[in-house]
Design a protein around this ligand. Structure first.
Ligand code: NAI
Length: 345
């Protein structure tokens, strides 16, 4: 029986993971707390840990897990910027769920965009109070507008298809353009200058952190709508707020926020909000925030549970090769062992 410490458990996680795991060869120890240096001891006696986007898997945590004999860090997310892959290398194998429903995230990005540009959030509140006035609800057509998509991987490409379905022109930027895709790639600066809507679908890395900063905003069209369903750290939130206050940014749709770790996913309605920047952003009439909800569909939850359980199984079975293993060499074709069907170490 493989024992798995399941950190940061939410009510919506349990049914799908119990269905795929607990009845068989894997037993989950569901823990509500997040993994960090203070809570890592809860993994003692477990063979694996299962973590989500706001668990802290830094060098200190990895060393403790290694000391306790944990063999696998199983991310139940696609993004892995919260794991120090270099520290884990040679000690603990890291696996993730590369795709569980790219449609869920791309569709949420479009849902946020439509809500924002057609003022649906305002109309909903009004009609609930029998206020049927249309004043202040004027939107704009997406048809004919230019969407700038940063990151044309699984989610970015679906978002592009959705935009094209609306009759939008799409331009894109990617560090590794997909040349045969029919996507019109442009330099990042050109994308900033020409887009009416900018949607972020690239990972958070040292290179992409704060790619939307004051200098980038300066280059953008007046009235640009920024959609971020990727990672909060891609945007310098202070610069975003300044851009909104200066009337440069027309609207922001945020499913992620750089400092979300201790805020999102919890009911904080009875608390005083300490994060002044987030409070200010939420108070803006042209900012919509959802709390890292883009992935949350039934299809995605089932795929996440199934893939995570299979990842853990393959790591402990036979040759231990798991297609979804990650290491700091990912993306480096010459060094990558995965392409040669080996474990990362
Ligand atoms: P993917 O790996 O299929 O695509 C990422 C794309 O970004 C690739 O084409 C890659 O070449 C490109 N890229 C890498 N570095 C770049 C750079 N410096 N500049 C521009 N492009 C760069 O990933 P996928 O599945 O499309 O996911 C995208 C992001 O969405 C993830 O990194 C994750 O952070 C986020 N995400 C958010 C979710 C949510 O619930 N809000 C759920 C799932 C993913």
């Amino acid at each position: 029986m493989t024992k798995v410490a399941f950190f940061d458990t939410k009510a919506y996680d349990k049914p799908s993971f119990e269905q795929y795991g607990n009845q068989h060869d894997i037993r989950f120890r569901f823990l509500e707390t997040k993994l960090n240096e203070d809570t890592v001891d809860l993994a003692k006696g477990c063979d694996a840990v299962c973590v989500f986007v706001n668990d802290t898997v830094n060098a200190a945590v990895i060393d403790k897990l290694y000391e306790y004999g944990v063999k696998i860090i199983a991310l139940r997310s696609a993004g892995y910027n919260n794991v120090d892959l270099r520290s884990a290398y040679g000690k603990i194998h890291v696996v993730h769920v590369p795709a569980y429903s790219p449609y869920a995230v791309a569709e949420h990005a479009m849902a946020l965009l439509l809500t924002s540009v057609r003022r649906i959030h305002k109309a909903y509140n009004r009609t609930r109070e029998f206020n049927f006035s249309l004043n202040g609800l004027t939107g704009f057509d997406l048809h004919g507008k230019t969407a700038g998509v940063i990151g044309t991987g699984k989610i970015g490409r679906i978002f592009i298809d959705i935009c094209r379905g609306f009759g939008m022109k799409v331009i894109a930027y990617d560090l590794f353009p997909a040349m045969d895709s029919g996507i019109e790639y442009v330099p990042l600066e050109t994308l900033f200058e020409h887009s009416d809507i900018i949607s972020l679908h690239c990972p958070l890395t040292d290179d992409t952190r704060h790619m939307i900063n004051a200098a980038a905003i300066e280059k953008m069209k007046k009235g640009v709508v920024i959609v971020n369903t990727s990672r909060g750290g891609l945007i310098d939130a202070e610069a975003l707020l300044e851009g909104i206050k200066a009337r440069k940014i027309g609207a922001a749709c945020l499913d992620v926020y750089e400092e979300e770790a201790d805020i999102f996913f919890e009911d904080r309605s009875g608390h005083i909000m300490d994060d002044d920047l987030l409070s200010r952003l939420i108070s803006m009439p042209n900012v919509i925030v959802t709390s890292h909800q883009a992935f949350l569909t039934e299809e995605a939850l089932n795929n996440i549970a199934e893939t995570t359980v299979n990842n853990i199984r393959s790591c402990f079975e036979n040759d231990g090769i798991c297609d979804n293993e990650l290491c700091y060499r990912c993306g480096n074709i010459e060094q990558c062992k995965k392409v040669r069907k080996q474990r990362c170490f």
